[in-house]
Design a protein around this ligand. Structure first.
Ligand SMILES: [Zn+2]
Length: 266
């Protein structure tokens, strides 16, 4: 990248600098865990789908959702990441708690959609580093750009209303999804789905071996338009909330898997 990386610490996953020590980042912030009354820790379900589907559950320590990465530096964690959490908290709180009336009156405002999109991508990018893993999809440049406020190109963000039984669930694709356009250009994609309380969020990014120019749309079964709303990049104004139908646990699995099943998205 040709960036100056002075200092003695491991380079930060976002700013790529070494001058600030690594810090513990809750991939799902503690303020989310604190939305529920104090009690036993939550069951958090991790799921990866694809060639080797794996489901794992664990009991999070009290007051957290238990997903920690040590890769952002202290400056990032206490700076822009903390500011983004503070922006997201009042927007996401009524959605996570299922208090639809306050949001439904006006829908999700455009500036709130962008905050949600940035917040979810911060989660998805940090999630890639869980348990010492090497990130499979998002690049150093895309993480740096997110820090500076940019959403990766060819990314979509959707939100749905969860009606299932679980408190927190993550589902990502454990292999990059192979894509093939009709003109023979190949590509790959990654999707990350998160349910927190009553809120489902999903990000999907695709890229191609050769630059593909022009406008793009994300194609999926029309039924998902009844169960989710697109927050990025299509919206030009407030988005209705909630969608006409909720997403239960079975549908959540299908929702998370919808990109892999299509095989192509262009
Ligand atoms: Zn940093």
């Amino acid at each position: 990248m040709g960036r100056v990386t002075k200092g003695r610490h491991r380079s930060c996953m976002f700013c790529d600098q070494r001058d600030s020590p690594p810090s513990d980042e809750d991939v799902l912030a503690k303020w989310v865990a604190r939305l529920w009354p104090k009690g036993a820790g939550f069951r958090v379900d991790f799921e990866t789908v694809g060639e080797a589907t794996a489901i794992e559950s664990f009991q999070a320590p009290k007051g957290t959702l238990g997903l920690i990465v040590k890769r952002p530096c202290r400056r990032c964690n206490n700076g822009w990441m903390s500011q983004l959490e503070n922006l997201a908290k009042p927007i996401l709180t009524p959605m996570i708690l299922g208090r639809v009336s306050s949001v439904a009156a006006h829908g999700i405002a455009l500036e709130h959609q962008i905050v949600i999109a940035r917040w979810l991508l911060k989660v998805a990018m940090a999630y890639e580093f869980l348990r010492g893993r090497q990130p499979r999809f998002y690049s150093r440049g895309e993480r740096l750009a997110l820090m500076q406020g940019s959403i990766p190109e060819r990314t979509g963000i959707w939100a749905g209303y969860y009606t299932g039984e679980r408190v927190a669930r993550t589902i990502d694709t454990n292999e990059n999804i192979p894509l093939l356009l009709s003109n023979g250009v190949t590509g790959s994609a990654y999707s990350f789905t998160l349910s927190l309380g009553r809120l489902v969020l999903q990000s999907y990014t695709h890229r191609f071996a050769t630059a593909v120019h022009g406008r793009y749309t994300f194609r999926y079964l029309a039924v998902w338009n009844e169960m989710s709303v697109e927050l990025w990049p299509r919206a030009t104004g407030n988005v209705r909330w909630p969608p006409p139908y909720g997403i239960d646990d079975d549908r959540l699995s299908d929702f998370a898997d919808r990109w892999a099943k299509r095989g192509t998205s262009e």
